[in-house]
Design a protein around this ligand. Sequence first.
Ligand code: FE
Ligand code: FE
Ligand code: ZN
Length: 285
Amino acid sequence: MSTDVSNKNVFYIGCHLSCSKGFLHMAKEAESLGANTFQFFTRNPRGGKAKDIDPADVQKFLEYSKRMGLGTVVAHAPYTLNACGADERVQEFAFQTMKDDLQRMEYIPGNLYNFHPGSHVGQGMETGIQKIADLLNQILWPEMQTTVLLETMAGKGSEVGGKFEELKAIIDRVELSDKVGVCLDTCHVYDGGYDIVDHLDEVLEKFDRVVGLDRLKAIHLNDSKNPFASHKDRHEKIGEGSIGIEAMVRIINHPKLQGIPFCLETPNELPGYAEEIRVLRGMKS
Ligand code: FE
Ligand code: FE
Ligand code: ZN
């Protein structure tokens, strides 16, 4: 059973929101911004303890989201989570945090949980990939209702996931791989050397060949402050960076990218997000 509400004919666009006031508040905030999806941190992005789930808030959220036509939403793991650290304490933090987050996600079944695969910090790509897969194999369970997403990375430092092949290698080693998908971050892939500006079709074909487009469950829609293949990872407002508005319009309208949530992680406050959502909706055919 899946409560996935995605519909290929609907444009799901939203932005990153603060989870501090609970689920119902996020749904209403998204609606007020013209959004029909959103992303939120499961806890402080630097780690720390998660806010207690309020079952009454969750119940109201589930009812409200049905009424407003909210699509699949994306939870984001803290940035400090490294699933392939060298240090025992780093591994333990990743294990406890992801396990706890995924148990909490069951309150809102059928949604997505995105994480940065990690940094191998000198252990080598092969060890990094194996550790990430091992962690997922310890944490995922057959009845879970959430799809866990590996985010495409810019390939900064010892980051794992800057290449589609690395994501594929992780997925191949996960036993419950039907619980695993990918979130494509436009800033990261462009910084990572995939030319989504001049060769979007080829990049998507490559993704399909290596990972499979059926694994692509969400897009982080961000412009980049840095040039192509810079491996930097600095997000820019839509249309103000090296990717540019024309490429963004081709991305949101690409026939292979329909029905999945597009989440803005651009440097904006809420009014800026509302404006980007309005502009993008106006450019959606
Ligand atoms: Fe991210
Ligand atoms: Fe991202
Ligand atoms: Zn980023």
